[in-house]
Design a protein around this ligand. Structure first.
Ligand code: CMP
Length: 140
């Protein structure tokens, strides 16, 4: 099976609690390789652009405020089946209903502040990776 890449974001709720290393350990234990990573502070406009698909949702404004409220760590993860693998180790959106052992169950605060984001399809992974990284910043 060919290698796949996915975009991951360690969200402000996690950077504020200084648990980026704990989250990276979970990703690496699951077999995902961090082939690009940077800590940035998103502007509100950057967050709105990233989450444009959710523009009409009632939580959009609060989400974009939260995502630009403190630093995030954006990263490219690589493995066979990286998109599905990352979504499995992240757990479902709401930490309250996420499976035991997942990142969101262990570290998520609530449905908005759920510690991590991960691309949901190959097509979106390509778009989301290009939103934050130039090709030469990704070293597989
Ligand atoms: P993420 O996987 O980054 O994709 C969209 C984000 O919107 C999601 O994680 C949550 O942070 C947030 N979100 C999704 N659903 C809700 C909701 N019902 N209420 C508040 N925030 C939500």
């Amino acid at each position: 099976m060919p290698l796949e890449r996915t975009l991951s974001i360690i969200k402000p709720d996690a950077t504020k609690r200084n648990i980026t290393g704990k989250i990276n350990a979970k990703l690496e234990e699951a077999g995902l390789r961090i082939v690009a990573q940077k800590r940035i502070r998103m502007t509100k406009a950057q967050a709105e652009g990233f989450y444009a698909v959710h523009e009409a949702r009632p939580f959009f404004n609060d989400l974009c405020n939260a995502m630009s409220s403190a630093p995030v760590v954006v990263q490219v993860l690589e493995s066979e089946n990286a998109i599905a693998k990352n979504r499995e180790i992240m757990g479902s959106t709401n930490p309250a209903t996420a499976d035991a052992g997942t990142i969101r169950k262990e570290f998520g605060v609530n449905i908005q502040d759920n510690s991590v984001h991960g691309s949901d399809s190959l097509e979106n992974a390509k778009i989301e990776i290009a939103y934050f990284f130039r090709p030469e910043e990704i070293v597989g």
